[in-house]
Write a protein that binds this ligand. Structure first.
Ligand code: C5P
Length: 406
């Protein structure tokens, strides 16, 4: 899954942002992809083939007529081998060439010949980007199924501030993974994920909350997206940015999470609730900031929040989390039964490398059959994939069960 073992042809064209393509090439290679690079002649003015050769250990192609290159013999070889073709940065000029189907260099020729997904990340001056010619070219490419990544707003080399900055490497890689996963095992399925803490206000400046950062839920949402699912992420307050290609509903309180989740799960196939929902909320939310009283103690009345996962109903696969500091398996079994779940991912928040604000998690998977899978310490992305594997297995098992006529 992901980028490992995939061939991603990276096209680099003549924009000052070409230096950022070195980072894209490096990160793709680090993720296990094979990254042949194709540069236009204009790109050579900004960065050298040696940079890419050193980072990717692959051949760098510039000229159709280079007798020493594999493409001299088989000019569409890479078009056929590619799992995706990514152009980053793509200049206004190169986008125009794509629209007209030019094939006068290896990159444009490869794009014309490939059956693999094509992604372009434009980078140019803001006025060039805004020009109707560029906008029309982008619309044409989009209508042909090309994925357009960005550009982003910000400082431009021309001195302007505006649209035209190359998207970040993280964003570009997320789009590539999403494109590769289009026909993954969750293609056509709808996945709903809850994440993060909730905040239960007591007055305009104070609230009750917890230490959840949302990382586990965001990892599940991204993993599902990269396996082809249509994903909705309902999240409480977190510093994490919206994942690319995921519909995100940002809420604050448990009641708001209940609302957003109920509408999101209507046609869901798989629901994974990782959110650390506050069990209680203040009974009264003061309109003004509460003042200190004369006594040394005070009492606040709390009312129970709805149990969201237990409330939502449907024939989707339902997976919950149980963060515990004691009696891990027993508590997980109780939750599995009470909330009628298909699986509980239980994590001991006191274990090293597990729980809040870290990128790893140590999880036990507790099944309704009684089976307990003790997973090793893994990244949250890896845990997410195992959980989705189990969700797929539950769906397959249900599909095998004979339908009992009423
Ligand atoms: O908080 P608790 O340990 O009971 O959480 C177990 C599971 O139930 C988690 O998946 C959590 O997201 C979900 N939950 C919920 N609504 C609540 C409390 C928990 O959906 N009010």
């Amino acid at each position: 899954m992901g980028l490992k073992g995939k061939t991603i042809v990276l096209g680099v064209t003549g924009s000052i942002a070409a230096y950022k393509a070195a980072d894209v090439a490096s990160k793709l290679a680090q993720a296990g992809a094979t990254v042949p690079v194709m540069m236009t002649r204009a790109a050579l003015e900004f960065i050298t083939p040696l940079t890419f050769r050193s980072l990717t250990h692959q051949q760098v192609y510039v000229d159709w007529y280079d007798a020493g290159s594999d493409l001299a013999i088989q000019h569409v070889a890479l078009a056929n081998q590619a799992d995706a073709v990514l152009v980053a940065p793509a200049t206004a000029d190169f986008l125009a060439k794509l629209v007209y189907g030019f094939a006068d260099d290896p990159l444009s020729g490869t794009i014309l010949a490939t059956q693999a997904p094509v992604l372009v990340a434009p980078a140019m001056d803001g006025h060039m980007y805004d020009h109707p010619a560029t906008q029309q070219n982008l619309a044409t490419l989009r209508s042909r199924g090309v994925t357009i990544i960005g550009p982003e707003q910000g400082h431009l080399a021309s001195g302007l501030t505006g649209m035209g900055r190359l998207s970040s490497t993280e964003t570009i890689l997320a789009y590539v993974k999403m494109a590769l996963g289009r026909s993954g095992d969750l293609a056509g399925l709808r996945v709903v994920v809850s994440a993060g803490p909730t905040e239960e206000p007591m007055d305009p400046v104070r609230h009750i909350s917890n230490r959840s950062t949302g990382r586990m839920g965001f990892a599940v949402a991204e993993a599902a997206r990269d396996r082809g699912a249509t994903v909705t992420l309902v999240t409480g307050p977190t510093v994490l940015p919206d994942p690319v290609g995921v519909k995100v509903a940002r809420i604050r309180t448990a009641l708001q999470m209940l609302d957003a989740t109920q509408s999101a799960v209507r046609d869901a196939d798989i629901v994974v609730m990782t959110a650390a929902v506050a069990d209680y909320r203040p009974a009264i939310q003061a309109e003004q900031k509460m003042k200190k009283g004369p006594g040394d103690t005070t009492v606040m009345e709390l009312v129970k929040n709805p149990d969201i996962i237990a409330t939502i109903q449907g024939d989707f696969v339902k997976i919950g989390f149980a963060a515990e500091s004691e009696d891990l398996i027993r508590n997980a079994r109780t939750k599995l039964a009470e909330k009628r779940l298909d699986l509980v991912a239980a994590n001991d928040i006191t274990a090293p490398g597990s729980g809040f604000a870290v990128d790893t998690n140590k999880v036990l998977l507790v099944h309704p059959s009684g089976e307990v899978e003790d997973l090793p310490l893994m990244t949250k992305a890896e845990v997410a994939d195992v959980i989705l594997d189990r969700a797929v297995a539950v769906r397959q098992q249900r599909a095998r069960q004979p339908v009992v006529a009423g």
